[in-house]
Design a protein around this ligand. Structure first.
Ligand code: DHE
Length: 713
């Protein structure tokens, strides 16, 4: 009832406004819809007097569907709102239609004519009306090249509107859009988008539980458990409800050019799941549980106590050249011998294992899963296996070890730290047993506005080489915390103001400066771990995502560290040598255009001639499966690109210990036999393929023991 009343009010208001608009601005004649043939028994129309006024386009189209001009416009506006078109497009006259994903439709009547005449047009329309109708019912007939956020992505607009809109709705929308810009109705200041006024769509208890699970597994990483946004935008009801279910479903189904995967189109969620999530994000985020030390202790298990572990390696393999390979959807890591390429052991770790880090000596592998479970693997065992595990949160991404040995003590293999997404805290663990020692909350105030944030998540963590400290990057408050672990029960913390939404990063070649992406701010924050202060904030491209980044000596600019970007096809290299090359220090001096956006990782090795980049989040399948190399001697442009596989995504690059071999993962699909994934190994000197380790279940990150322990990249 409430909704009907609201619609009536909108229609009435629009009718009044339309009347005013039409008097002021006659619609272009090109917008007139073709007349339908009269029935055979209809008497011939009276001759039109010479001075008779031509009906406007909307009036002509309205007559065709038996509506008045006002009713037709009201129907068009209502349809555009309910179909959620405004979530992706800006549309003049439609309340809340301010989307920036697709092209603006606010001048479509004029623009359609230009597009029809352009040599690029690939559809079959010959008039503006036909063009608009075609772009609604067959959106893939032609993809406009430029969208507000960059190049438009083919296949992004749903193809179902031809079935879901009634013929009247379709004709009303076509007639209204073809009348733009002149025919735009004024949006009254008090007009609210339909969906916002209505509240969230109802969900059963069962649906809520399912949606919570899907959200946690797929969405929380980028949008936050409380949906306040970070790498992805905020998804709180004030931002989602105005978009409405259809538009949200369209975005979830098709993804966005700024890196959101096409969850539906790629088959990762079913149509029903997409719709469920579109409804779920219009509800208030359900509060997730906290986790106590008691719960952590209850999950803690030591399978082999330190005193029962070998005192020397129990095999003849070069364990420093082992790789710990994440088998993401199997909840396992494979320990692979880098010399023989044999799988030495497969260890059950945690759900969706994220990364591995090695102890300072390299003997132990520490893994962290998205379920917050940390696992310790001993590489000296005859068959490497887990010797301890503990769950310290519900959602985590980072783990690191103590790496300081010097005047202040020997902390090799002594402690570990897990950085959690939820609850927002970090936990210091015993490095030999994983017994939790200390929990520290990261809840606090943002560095810039000093506003309380309930969910500041721990992103990357690295161990300082200058003091017994971890560099802990707190995403949502924009602080870099230097956490002294020399007295882990009483840790002192220095908070450094940096930039919002800190994510991943790596060391410069001297391992004094840590460079971390503030990815939603398009900046790299540089922390000096010797002086224990912020050194610089450097502007780079759209959404930097370096992994650990790459170091090399640029022929023009001297030592640089580089990052790739999610949001644009760009490698940006920052000067890192303030002593000998001060004019280039902390500036993005080298920018190299890449094959596409959607890069996640860049990697090199001091012994290598090449810089390698991947593109796993690029919407184009061929690009997703490709890698490129850039010659360090001639870094102005890409030297070579190629496809690593004919399925999946090529993701994450890692060198062997000698730095003469490169390993790349093909991230397949766990339920597609033969295409679950593999590792492709290249000779770094010749770029020739050397080997494939096939039939691995969704391999993603892989970490060479020696390079990871020694921070070599
Ligand atoms: Fe990662 C590193 C967070 C998605 C593979 N990822 C990191 C780090 C963070 C992070 C904070 C730095 C850890 C450190 O150095 O201590 N990753 C996140 C997310 O929040 C995000 C964007 C979304 C999510 O839901 O998790 C995300 N990451 C992914 C993936 O989808 C990847 C490709 C596959 C996977 O395993 O899930 C992926 N992330 C990796 C890898 C690293 C990583 C391989 C380590 C890179 C390295 O060379 O050290």
């Amino acid at each position: 009832m409430r909704r009907l009343a609201l619609l009536c009010a909108v229609v009435a208001l629009l009718a009044v406004l339309l009347a005013c608009t039409q008097v002021a601005t006659p619609l272009p004649t090109a917008t007139k819809a073709p007349p339908t043939s009269p029935p055979a028994d209809t008497p011939p129309p009276a001759e039109t007097p010479a001075e008779a006024v031509e009906p406007t386009a909307t009036e002509g189209a309205a007559a065709d569907v038996g509506l008045t001009g006002e009713e037709l416009v009201a129907l068009a506006v209502e349809t555009l709102q309910q179909a959620g078109c405004g979530a992706c497009h800006e549309i003049a006259g439609v309340p809340g239609a301010e989307g920036q994903i697709g092209p603006s439709l606010s001048e479509l009547g004029r623009v359609a004519q230009e597009r029809l005449q352009s040599a690029e047009y690939t559809g079959s329309a010959t008039t503006a009306e036909e063009y608009i109708r075609e772009s609604i019912v067959d959106p893939n007939a032609y993809t406009v090249s430029e969208c507000p956020g960059g190049p438009c992505v083919a296949g992004q607009m749903p193809t179902t509107y031809g079935q879901t809109l009634t013929p009247e709705q379709l004709e009303a929308v076509v007639a209204y859009l073809v009348s733009l810009p002149e025919g735009a109705v004024q949006v009254p200041a008090e007009a609210t988008p339909v969906a916002e006024a209505e509240g969230p769509p109802p969900l059963t208890e069962e649906e809520l539980a399912r949606a919570k699970e899907i959200y946690f597994n797929n969405c929380a990483g980028c949008h936050g458990t409380l949906r306040k946004g970070a790498t992805g935008p905020a998804l709180t009801p004030d931002t989602t409800r105005p978009k409405g279910t259809e538009a949200l479903a369209a975005i979830i189904f098709s993804g966005t050019p700024r890196g959101m995967p096409a969850w539906g189109a790629e088959g990762r969620l079913t149509r029903e799941e997409v719709e469920l999530m579109a409804k779920f994000v219009q509800h208030d985020p359900p509060p997730p549980p906290e986790m106590s030390m008691e719960q952590m202790m209850a999950s803690w298990q030591v399978f082999v106590p330190p005193e029962e572990r070998p005192t020397e390696p129990q095999h003849d393999r070069d364990w420093e050249n082992f790789f710990s390979v994440t088998l993401r959807d199997a909840g396992q890591v494979a320990i692979i011998d880098g010399d023989t390429k044999e799988i030495v052991s497969v260890v059950d770790t945690g759900y969706a294992v994220h990364i591995s880090r090695m102890s300072a000596t390299g003997r132990y592998v520490y893994t962290i899963g998205r379920d917050g479970k940390a696992v310790l693997i001993d590489l000296w065992m005859e068959k490497p296996d887990k010797v301890a595990e503990v769950k310290v949160c519900y959602d985590a991404r980072s783990i690191e070890v103590s790496k300081y040995r010097g005047e202040l003590g020997d902390f090799y293999d002594k402690y570990a730290i897990v950085g959690c997404y939820w609850p927002p805290h970090f936990v210091i663990l015993d490095g030999q047993t994983l017994e939790p020692i200390k929990v520290v909350s990261t809840r606090g105030y943002t560095y810039d506005t000093e506003e309380f944030h309930p969910e500041p998540r721990v992103a990357s963590i690295v161990a300082s080489h200058f003091s017994p400290e971890w560099v802990v990057n707190v995403k949502e408050t924009g602080h870099v915390w230097l956490v002294d672990y020399s007295d882990p029960n009483n840790p002192s913390i220095k908070m450094i103001e940096a930039e919002l939404f800190l994510h991943d990063g790596g060391w410069d070649a001297t391992r004094r400066y840590f460079l971390v992406a503030a990815n939603a701010r398009n900046k790299i924050a540089v922390v000096d771990t010797k002086e224990r202060e912020l050194e610089a904030l450097v502007d780079v491209g759209d959404t930097p995502h370096p992994g650990r980044g790459v170091n090399f000596v640029d022929p023009e600019y001297g030592p640089v560290w580089c990052t790739v970007h999610l949001g644009e096809p760009l490698l940006s290299c920052i000067g890192t040598d303030p002593e000998n090359n001060p004019e280039y220090a902390w500036k993005a001096v080298r920018n190299v255009e890449l094959l596409g956006g959607g890069s996640l990782f860049v990697k090199s090795h001091p012994n290598s001639r090449w810089i390698w980049v991947d593109f796993p989040l690029n919407p184009d399948e061929e690009v997703q499966r490709s890698v490129c190399v850039i010659d360090k001697e001639n870094p102005a442009e890409i030297a070579k690109c190629w496809q690593v596989a004919d399925y999946g995504r090529a993701v994450h690059i890692e060198y062997n210990k000698a730095g003469d071999e490169v390993w790349i993962s093909v991230w397949g699909s766990a339920d597609t036999p033969g295409k679950t994934g593999e590792l492709v190994i290249y000779d770094d000197a010749t770029l020739e393929e050397k080997a494939r380790i096939k039939d691995l279940v969704t391999p993603t990150g892989k970490f060479n023991v020696y390079n990871t322990a020694n921070d070599i990249y």
